[in-house]
Design a protein around this ligand. Structure first.
Ligand code: NAD
Length: 630
């Protein structure tokens, strides 16, 4: 027969995120000029006690003395600690409710404030074992009840012994006094709880590390709020990804490993084995060979715009969703384009150069306002359409040409043909994507069609413009000024030299592919990509995924979600539903989307079902991946 399980839970830095006496010191010593020093002293004594470096009673005596607290400080303490209950305790209400007869709070802290806090979370008052303050006539806290077992050294084991628990005892805590229970042979297992503090010395003694209550509940197969503990999700971030992304993934509870550089294929194929989330920028190649080893990989985040460094098909076959940041730097490119239109219309590059050479050339010749001029935008996508809005707001007339039907923003006009746009624009800015067919789409023929004195800008992709033809047209004066940020051949790194036929030309701005390179864009990317990945892991939504069918799912409540990724073959949805029917499962909602390669089926079902349905679903033909979410 299965033994009853008992759960002994510590309070300070376990049930709550902080040490209560530190907070009480902050409150009680608010107006004391030595507050900072006193708080530090209390913290130091707590740490020494926690790591077993000072006898417990001694540590308690010293701390209470420094505190100078009064009963009137306790309501504020309770309020503050209530808002600092550890998140994993807050969310696992189902566990507390179900096992309230078997859960005990055993703490070296004080009942005076512990009881009102834990009671609100469903823990029984008579299951709280802790010290009690002693007050004088003016309600000053002057000591503690020395008859209470918990005020003595080795108090926790003695308290547990008194409880005479008949079953398996599990201890969850962050300090040495929690480990003492196991050491005394009174606990089956000691879990070092590290959601709030991590004490290496305690970890050495522990049977397990529990970075959250979820981990404990997962290993014990108990009722829990999360199907899979987030601390088990390892994220590997390469190529110096912005720290905003690192923090966001850490806050979500993932283990995050960071590498400043990229990795070779072989290095990554090795490192990827236990990784669930991979973050890269443009240099790391995520090849079929890498993906073959990626047994636990759920998602790849490209912290950039392009994704051709990733084998998207191979990722699909593995059921790995890929996300990028398609518009995080849109605004940055648009601002640069607008600035360059003004610079070139005013002939500024030449004037700036002359000034640096000591030449004062005050003249209006060749300088124009942009107001009232016609801007022709080729490619009215994210960047093109944003530029349209900004350019119009500074007084330009905007027209555009796009292969697809696009909504004209503001007063912009669509052009019927590219030729029409080329022939009638004063400024031409290219913002098409880098598809193969766009190679050299602007060459001699197109330049010939343009107005004399046109300003030409390419911030899109290097291979789109025939660079020799551009050079000739700048040299012969057909083009008044040009800006180029992207080149057919770009140096591999800042250490490699740059060469181009455009170097040294008049009124020509050359920039090193920095259209989207601003700190704001980096921050946007660092926020956007992890958000999409976290959403995918938590809900199954694939909004903005580059390779998965895009589907935005409702949030889950009171249900379990089955996520099934399979090869796109006819009849699989029917197979899935037959299995659900065979197991008598009631479907709350079902969503299906496919692309050429995979089918993505999400089924929300009632929480009460027999686990063997999962086994059957994993055996459906064509299954690539299956996971359960709640
Ligand atoms: P997008 O995909 O949103 O827009 C591209 C648009 O071009 C689409 O509307 C598409 O229909 C249109 N298009 C494609 N081929 C066309 C053609 N032959 N004729 C007319 N229209 C065509 O892309 P986006 O985010 O706006 O980016 C635009 C370009 O800017 C891309 O090439 C991108 O790589 C580049 N970019 C450069 C930088 C930089 O640092 N310089 C930064 C970001 C993006």
């Amino acid at each position: 027969m299965q033994q009853t399980k008992y759960f002994i839970i510590d309070f300070d830095s376990t049930f709550t995120q902080v040490e209560a006496l530190d907070v009480l010191a902050e409150i009680a010593l608010k107006d004391n000029e030595n507050q900072a020093k006193a708080i530090q002293e209390i913290k130091d004594i707590t740490d020494q006690g926690m790591e077993g470096g000072m006898s417990f009673r001694e540590s308690l005596k010293r701390r209470v003395k420094i505190l100078q607290a009064n009963k009137k400080h306790l309501p504020e303490l309770v309020d503050r600690l209530s808002s600092l209950v550890s998140p994993s305790f807050k969310r696992n209400t189902e566990f507390i409710e179900k096992y309230k007869e078997q859960i005990f709070i055993v703490s070296n802290g004080f009942k005076d404030f512990i009881v009102p806090i834990v009671k609100k979370h469903g823990i029984k008052e008579e299951h709280v074992f802790a010290n009690e303050f002693k007050y004088d006539n003016s309600e000053n806290i002057v000591g503690f009840n020395e008859d209470n077992i918990l005020s003595s050294n080795n108090g926790k084991p003695r308290q547990i012994e008194n409880l005479k628990l008949n079953g398996e005892v599990f201890v969850l805590g962050d300090g040495y006094t929690d480990y003492e229970i196991k050491k005394a042979g009174l606990a089956h297992k000691f879990y070092a709880f590290t959601e709030n503090v991590r004490r290496e010395k305690i970890l050495d003694e522990a049977d397990h590390e529990a970075p959250s209550l979820d981990e404990f509940l997962f290993t014990q197969k108990l009722e829990r709020a999360h199907s899979y503990p987030k601390n088990r999700i390892k994220a590997l971030l390469l190529e110096n990804i912005h720290e905003g992304a690192v923090n966001k993934l850490k806050q979500e509870g993932y283990q995050v490993e960071v590498h400043p550089a990229g990795m070779t294929e072989d290095e990554l194929a090795e490192a990827i084995k236990d990784v669930s989330v991979l973050g890269i920028r443009s240099k790391t190649q995520v090849t079929e060979k890498v993906l073959k080893n990626a047994k636990r990989l759920l998602a790849v985040g490209a912290f950039c715009i392009g994704t051709n460094q990733i084998d998207l098909k191979a990722a699909l076959h593995k059921g790995v969703a890929v996300f990028n940041a398609p518009f995080s730097n849109t605004r940055s490119v648009v601002e640069l384009a607008l600035a360059e239109i003004i610079m070139l219309m005013r002939n500024l590059p030449d004037k700036i150069m002359q000034m640096h050479q000591g030449k004062w050339n005050k003249s209006a010749s060749g300088s124009f306002e942009i107001r009232g001029k016609t801007l022709g935008i080729i490619g009215y996508g994210k960047i093109g359409s944003q530029l349209s809005v900004l350019a119009e707001s500074v007084g330009m007339n905007v027209q555009y040409f796009d292969l697809e039907e696009k909504l004209a923003l503001g007063n912009a006009n669509p052009c019927p043909t590219l030729e029409h746009l080329l022939q009638s624009s004063d400024v031409i800015s290219v913002h098409v994507d880098g598809r193969e067919e766009n190679k050299w789409m602007i060459g001699s023929k197109e330049f010939d069609l343009m107005k004399d004195g046109v300003v030409f800008i390419n911030l899109s992709r290097g291979h789109i413009v025939d660079i020799e033809a551009l050079r000739k047209n700048i040299e012969r004066g057909k083009i008044h000024g040009a800006s180029v940020d992207v080149f057919p051949e770009e140096p591999l790194s800042n250490d490699h030299p740059f060469e181009s036929p455009l170097m040294g030309l008049r009124n020509t701005i050359l920039t090193p592919h920095v259209g989207g390179s601003t700190l704001e864009a980096q921050e946007n990317i660092a926020d956007f990509v992890p958000s999409k990945i976290i959403e995918y892991i938590n809900t199954g939504s694939t909004t903005n995924s580059v390779n998965f069918p895009n589907i935005t799912l409702p949030t889950l409540s009171q249900a379990h979600r089955f996520i099934h990724i399979h090869r796109n073959e006819p009849g699989i949805l029917a197979d899935i539903n037959n299995i659900l029917a065979k197991h008598g499962i009631n479907i709350g909602g079902q969503y299906l989307k496919t692309n050429d390669t995979i089918g993505y089926v999400i089924t929300d079902i009632d929480k009460n079902y027999q686990e063997d349905v999962i086994k059957d679903l994993k055996l459906v033909r064509g299954t690539i991946r299956f996971r359960v979410l709640y």
